[in-house]
Design a protein around this ligand. Structure first.
Ligand SMILES: [Zn+2]
Ligand SMILES: [Zn+2]
Length: 350
């Protein structure tokens, strides 16, 4: 079989590899579609503290069971998608329904979907792998992993219908947040204002086409010693937002957000940051205006179930989110499309 292997930073190649045999409890999946994701691009650029090289890339996928090992509760032909982690189910965090924080959940994350076949380890077969509901396409089901983390994020904050929200960043996660907050065909109600802020004009155009109000983030080319910094948002955002969600992980951007929150509002930090990252926060807003700063990381098995149900409900317009398709052999072109912002997510098809 072919597999897109990363041997080290910026060393990626599509190679021939032996097709794995599923052992007891394991499942071999024939991949039908796998989606590009910024996590894979980050892995290629700088590696990951917990995920050693060499590594076959790709973790958002759907496919069909090719072979099931003894005791695995799946049969050849079952259409499946999966969570990428498998919590242990018995540690303090798991028992407190914070399985996303389980210390061993990422011991063997499910990577390797940019390939003809993917071997799913026993622990993920048990509580990560899911059958795709009939009527849901493979391409839509492949969004399970990113959408589950968006479900987690919205579960961490109050987002009452009709209240204004500022989404910062213009990638696929921002798009999924926007579509969930907007609701199917705008059912969030006419009073809700959802503003999406970002830098790339072509990405802001995507959100405008989909009915969002957009704001441009100024380039952070601040001249040292040139007096007070220019305003971060070139669009006037004087209205204060009960909920602000950052998907950029950019400390310069994040430090400006509490000032834009309404009294009693929340700033949610969705994006991952490098270990040791520090953000300065407006302590005045946190104290005198009771602005909360909240984080969310990954998702629990329940969030994954909710995500699959949401995908089946049609609330996410999948064709506008997964807006390009390339054969696996053209992975380089697919990566370029997604990283340049010309596509939101590219479907790689073996
Ligand atoms: Zn991903
Ligand atoms: Zn655990």
């Amino acid at each position: 079989m072919r597999a897109l292997v990363c041997d080290g930073p910026e060393r990626v190649a599509l190679r021939e590899a032996a097709t794995p045999e599923p052992g007891p409890g394991e499942v071999l999946v024939r991949v039908s579609v796998a989606l590009t994701c910024a996590t894979d691009f980050k892995l290629v650029r700088r590696g990951h503290a917990k995920i050693p090289f060499p590594l076959t890339l790709g973790h958002e996928f759907a496919g069909a069971v090719e072979k099931a090992g003894a005791g695995a509760m799946f049969s050849p032909g079952d259409r499946v998608t999966s969570a990428v982690s498998a919590p242990c189910g018995s540690c303090v965090d798991c028992r407190a329904e914070r399985e996303n924080l389980c210390a061993t959940a990422f011991e063997r994350p499910l990577f390797g979907a940019f390939a003809d076949f993917l071997l799913v380890p026993e622990r993920i077969v048990k509580n990560g792998l899911r059958r795709i509901p009939s009527g849901l396409s493979d391409k839509a089901a492949a969004l399970l992993d990113p959408l589950a983390s968006v479900v987690r994020a919205l579960g961490r904050v109050k987002a009452p219908d009709g209240e204004d929200v500022l989404v910062v960043g213009t990638g696929p996660i921002a798009a999924m947040l926007f579509f969930l907050l907007r609701g199917k065909e705008g059912t969030a109600g006419p009073t809700r204002r959802i503003v999406v802020a970002g830098r790339r004009p072509e990405k802001l155009a995507f959100f405008e086409r989909n009915g969002a109000e957009v704001a441009r983030i100024a380039d952070s080319s601040r001249l040292p010693g040139a007096g007070s910094p220019p305003p971060l948002f070139s669009t006037d955002l004087s209205s204060s937002f009960p909920l602000i969600i950052d998907t950029t992980g950019d400390p310069d951007v994040i430090s400006e957000l509490p000032a834009l929150a309404a009294n009693g509002g929340t700033v949610l930090l969705f994006a991952g940051m490098a270990e040791g990252a520090r953000v300065s926060a407006d302590a005045f807003a946190v104290h005198y205006r009771e602005v909360s700063i909240v984080g969310s990381f990954h998702y629990t098995p329940r969030d994954a179930d909710v995500a699959l149900a949401l995908l089946a409900s049609g609330v996410i317009p999948v064709p506008s989110l997964v807006d390009a398709r390339r054969p696996l052999a053209e992975w380089r072109d697919a990566f370029d499309l997604a990283q340049s912002g010309r596509a939101m997510k590219v479907a790689l098809v073996p």
